[in-house]
Design a protein around this ligand. Structure first.
Ligand code: CUA
Length: 158
């Protein structure tokens, strides 16, 4: 088949434009898309259980920091460890949370505390416990068949 000189030129130009478009698309997608957590602390989520501080989940009293307690929490399908958190009224609490499998949510109902827990990343949140009561912790990211049953409790005691 004989292709006219100009037709050939346009064909090359068309392909080049397409390639350029795909490259721009790819840069755009990967540049922003796969790094939503720049600046966040990373963690090897498959070995979370042996990495500090996640090797010791729970509520820990601390001294000399801007907060009084540290809550170290590991989420997994379909529970939180610890499942029940108890802190004194008026204390400042820093949450360090991560997941050992898929994306989970960590939302404490009736508070501003709402974190997304992503594999490989540590989510942090500092909050003052200024209202006594029992709060429901819910997973607000769909994580599988047990998602609906994934919850915990936060007790702020006087
Ligand atoms: Cu965990 Cu939904």
């Amino acid at each position: 088949m004989h292709i006219h000189k100009y037709e050939k030129w346009w064909l090359v130009f068309g392909c080049a434009t397409l390639v350029a478009f795909l490259v721009i698309l790819a840069i755009g997608a990967f540049h922003n898309g796969t790094h939503p957590n720049e600046g966040k602390i990373t963690v090897d989520y498959e070995n979370v259980d042996s990495i500090k501080p996640f090797d010791n989940p729970g509520v820990h009293k601390v001294e000399g920091k801007e907060w009084d307690y540290e809550v170290v929490l590991v989420a997994s399908a379909f529970s939180y460890n610890p499942n029940e958190i108890e802190v004194p009224l008026g204390s400042v609490v820093k949450f360090y949370a991560t997941t050992r499998d898929v994306i989970h949510g960590f939302e404490i109902a009736q508070t501003n505390i709402n974190m997304m827990l992503e594999p490989g990343y540590v989510s942090e949140y500092v909050a003052e416990m200024n209202k006594a009561g029992e709060y429901l912790i819910v997973c607000n990211e769909y994580c599988g068949t047990g998602h609906t049953y994934m919850y915990g409790t936060l007790k702020v005691v006087d």
